[in-house]
Unconditional design. Structure first.
Length: 172
């Protein structure tokens, strides 16, 4: 399945698993990567040496692409970035803070940077913003409905490692 996302991240399917703080360690990231998606280790709740351990275990568990999600407001951000670069992580998603501070450093180390941040923070929402948000939420619901049918109605799931994660998402 060729798609801009699959080409950018060198993955089989255009699926990116969210870096969900403590819920997305090396086990989930490597399972998603082995299933053909992009698994992300959530660094937000990890001390630097714990992150290093998760990255090393993920590298041992998969030869596929995986990345790390890093909140920019993390108190030990310099140590985290040094570990990411030193361990050879190829993809970093940034969130919660100013990504401009670390993007040049990451790019110098050949890391693909994805900035996951809402624009317009602190600004008053307009009616148009709310309408667009509702349209987007309805689109996501339709896609989840299709995904649910794929997972629960197919003879075999195309991504068995993700079935439990999808089931949990659908329950939310």
């Amino acid at each position: 399945m060729s798609h801009k996302i699959t080409e950018l991240f060198d993955i089989k399917y255009p699926i990116v698993q969210a870096g969900m703080i403590w819920a997305s360690g090396w086990r989930l990231a490597s399972a998603v990567a082995n299933a053909g998606g992009l698994g992300l280790i959530g660094a937000g709740s990890m001390y630097p040496e714990v992150l290093r351990e998760h990255i090393q275990k993920c590298k041992n568990a998969t030869s596929a692409s995986f990345g790390v999600n890093v909140p920019m407001l993390y108190p030990q951000i310099e140590a985290i970035m040094d570990i990411i670069a030193g361990e050879g992580v190829k993809i970093v998603f940034t969130s919660a803070g100013n990504p401009k501070t670390w993007t040049p450093f990451l790019k110098e180390h050949g890391i693909t940077v994805v900035i996951a941040q809402r624009t317009g923070l602190g600004q008053r929402l307009t009616d148009a913003d709310l309408r667009q948000g509702i349209r987007t939420a309805n689109h996501v619901r339709r896609q989840l409905r299709k995904l649910r049918e794929l997972v629960y109605c197919a003879g075999t799931s195309p991504l068995p490692a993700l079935e439990m994660q999808i089931a949990e998402m659908l329950a939310i």
